[in-house]
Design a protein around this ligand. Structure first.
Ligand code: DGY
Length: 327
């Protein structure tokens, strides 16, 4: 291993676009020269192109657009290691055509994102954020039998749009809350007790609709005016996947017209901006892309990205390469 790290070190020039946990940075530094962008916001595209030019590894965040211009600016680049399971910020097809390996961080965030999905489901159906606002504003007049009533989950249906690793982990928690599960996927998956149904039927019959698809051309605005209008008026929409899977303007319209009971969003079309109409509504819970945000998970994500860099620079296969057909 030491010999391997030394030989990696001689050749390695690694650009890291945002501060990482110190243990992870130390691991990369032991393997080569690290150029760390330490700004608080995402690195500007021009600076990214300039700093990646002489690098052979790039550790990127989901806030960095790694497009053709970035890849073309780095003729010696061997690996792009995204610290995220999603990789819609990277032109993977172009990187692959240029012989650059792209990696991501599956598995290590599955449980924390699944927990967070349930936190959102409980919070929106039991009106936690709304209740907190009432208490903090001093508007609470005291306990009343019919005050701020929510909706129970027991006996209801959870509809999962996409059942990859995270969707399956969300499904695994459903029996605890007494919910039955339906899902929509092109092929059946091994999910005991859950039924594979069309998107139309899922939207029509589910009490909670939770999104777990990657952002691809075919999933952009998958939830639009038409699909929102198919949902039960008593149903809730949960999005921990990617913002552009939902047409935010359509969602604001549907919530204003009470076509659904509410929505809980962790991700947005143009982060960190949120559609101004959503900000005015009480029946939508808005949180800032936190689903994987635990110390343990974020450290594990950064560590996996570093291990991918080390593997590729040492001439070994990447641990978790992006496979373009994957869902
Ligand atoms: C991911 O890894 O894609 C998540 O969105 C990060 O929170």
């Amino acid at each position: 291993m030491d010999t391997e790290r030394t030989s990696v070190q001689q050749a390695s020039r690694i650009l890291v676009t945002r501060r990482l946990p110190s243990s992870v940075l130390a691991k990369l530094e032991a393997a080569g020269g690290v150029d760390l962008y330490s700004g608080d916001a995402a690195i500007a595209p021009d600076e990214l192109r300039a700093r990646v030019a002489d690098k052979n590894a790039l550790v990127s965040l989901l806030t960095d657009a790694i497009d053709r211009t970035v890849i073309d600016a780095a003729p010696e680049l061997k690996v792009i290691a995204n610290v995220a399971v999603g990789f819609n910020n990277i032109d993977v097809a172009y990187a692959t055509s240029r012989g650059v390996v792209v990696t991501h961080t599956p598995d290590v965030l599955t449980e924390s994102v699944a927990d967070f999905t349930w936190a959102l489901i409980l919070a929106i159906t039991r009106r936690l954020a709304e209740g907190e606002r009432v208490v903090r504003s001093g508007a609470w007049k005291g306990w009343a039998l019919d005050f701020m009533l929510g909706t129970e989950l027991n006996g209801k249906q959870l509809g999962l749009v996409g059942v990859g690793r995270i969707g399956r982990a969300v499904a695994a928690r459903a029996p605890v809350f007494g919910m039955r599960v339906v899902y929509t996927e092109p092929r059946d998956v091994d999910l005991p007790g859950a039924e594979n149904v069309s998107l139309d039927r899922l939207l029509n019959t589910s009490d909670i609709v939770s999104l777990h698809v990657p952002l691809l051309p075919e999933t952009r605005h998958l939830i639009d005016k038409k699909s929102l209008a198919r949902m039960k008026r008593s149903a809730y929409l949960i999005n921990t996947a990617r913002g552009p899977v939902v047409d935010e303007a359509a969602l604001a319209w549907a919530l204003q017209h009470h076509l659904l009971a509410g929505a809980a969003l962790d991700v947005y079309e143009n982060e960190p901006a949120v559609h101004p109409e959503l900000l005015k509504l009480d029946n939508v819970l808005l949180v800032p892309h936190l689903a994987s945000a635990t110390t343990e998970t974020r450290t594990a994500m950064a560590d996996l990205a570093a291990e991918n860099v080390l593997a590729v620079l040492a001439g070994r296969p990447a641990l978790t390469p992006v496979v373009l057909s994957q869902r």
